[in-house]
Design a protein around this ligand. Structure first.
Ligand SMILES: Cc1cc2nc3c(=O)[nH]c(=O)nc-3n(C[C@H](O)[C@H](O)[C@H](O)COP(=O)(O)OP(=O)(O)OC[C@H]3O[C@@H](n4cnc5c(N)ncnc54)[C@H](O)[C@@H]3O)c2cc1C
Length: 335
């Protein structure tokens, strides 16, 4: 286990921000992780996976630990279900592909989400009508305070929309994740976004899990900027949830406001619509801005700093508050 000093993190965050860490290391086993935690004297320790949900806004004075613990296996629970155990450092999309290859269903709609499996429970990743919590059974967690490892059940994780216990308590490091997937009679979710439309277009009448994965991959490639070509972290903000009274009030001035009922009292509003309506879509200042097709995605055209992007995001939040009286919450983790 090598510790590198004065290390550029440009290849370790999909925003492509050129920030430096005083110290950097990559760990590939729990033993290495525990050792570095107990021996390294830096007060600040920052853990990263694929770096696809972070914005680095400063020089990191402490140690960055890249979690690179690999391994994936499955065991049959019964005729219908298998349990898959994926270690934190496995790239999420590669894990999805592994499951498809083994005819295990349940995460095909989560194809092509960047990042590693260890971070997937943190914001309960979701896309195309499926969230991680739908298939999650448990995860193995190292508590930095006690240096003890324990198993967290689904209830322990307190999953919500883009939220979990891990967002609130940063002392928990996820080492591996267990999912319960189908061996047969896969329950396909095709009604979300343009999945169904695309299947019809391709003439696929009886889709299999691999078809769903292919279609989702295609749609995502068409819609979202590829971080390898244009720095970004996916959705920068969460879609806000407002109550019925707020929605009725907003409809007076914005009769076309899109909304999705999530309970009798609460409605989800697409943050991208709010940002577009506020005039930010496609806006560019120096090397940062809002993507021209996806108003929810902030981008780095080359040499933007994390500080600049953060400041810009604050101006968007301020405008949304002023125009709609809605607080936009960050989805991205600020470092
Ligand atoms: C183009 C693009 C599209 C995206 N689309 C989606 C989408 O559809 N749905 C969705 O939900 N997300 C999406 N995301 C966000 C991102 O892919 C996910 O949040 C992903 O799970 C982040 O994984 P990561 O390994 O890159 O995490 P990182 O960015 O490395 O880390 C994220 C946070 O988790 C912490 N962390 C990382 N690993 C661990 C661990 N093992 N234990 C404890 N803490 C840890 C880090 O300290 C940091 O605070 C998208 C991002 C991009 C760039």
């Amino acid at each position: 286990m090598n510790i590198v000093t004065n290390f550029s993190l440009i290849n370790y965050n999909t925003f492509g921000v050129d920030a430096t860490a005083n110290q950097f290391t990559s760990v590939s086993s729990i033993k290495e992780l525990k050792k570095i935690i107990s021996t390294n004297e830096s007060k600040e320790k920052i853990f990263i996976g694929g770096g696809s949900n972070i914005l680095i806004t400063k020089k990191i004075e402490g140690l960055v630990i890249h979690l690179n613990i690999k391994g994936i296996s499955s065991k049959k629970l019964d005729n219908n279900y298998s349990e898959v155990n994926i270690k934190a450092g496995e790239n999420w999309n590669e894990a999805v592909k592994w499951c498809l290859k083994n005819n295990l269903g349940g995460i095909e709609n989560l194809s092509l989400i960047p990042g590693n499996t260890g971070a997937a429970p943190i914001q309960n990743i979701g896309a195309y009508g499926v969230e991680l919590k739908d298939v999650f059974t448990s995860c193995e967690v190292l508590d930095l305070k006690t240096n003890e490892i324990s198993e967290f059940s689904k209830e322990d994780c307190q999953f919500e929309y883009r939220n979990s216990i891990f967002k609130k308590n940063r002392n928990y490091i996820i080492l591996s994740v267990k999912l319960k997937l189908t061996n047969t009679n896969h329950k396909l979710k095709i009604d979300y976004g343009s999945i169904n439309e695309k299947l019809v277009l391709l003439g696929i009448e009886n889709p299999k899990i691999a078809d769903i994965a292919n279609v989702v991959t295609q749609i995502r490639k068409e819609k979202l900027p590829d971080p390898k070509k244009l720095g970004n972290s996916g959705s920068f903000f969460k879609n806000p949830i407002i109550n019925k009274r707020q929605l009725e009030q907003l409809k007076i001035n914005f009769c076309d406001i899109p909304n999705y009922k999530i309970s009798e009292e609460s409605y989800k509003i697409p943050a991208g619509w709010l940002i577009e309506k506020a005039g930010f879509k496609g806006k560019r200042i120096k090397d940062y801005g809002v993507h021209k097709n996806q108003a929810l995605v902030l981008v780095n055209y080359g040499n933007a700093t994390g500080k600049e992007i953060l400041k810009f995001s604050l101006s968007i939040q301020k405008a949304i508050k002023f125009i709609f009286n809605i607080e936009l919450e960050l989805e991205v983790n600020i470092i």
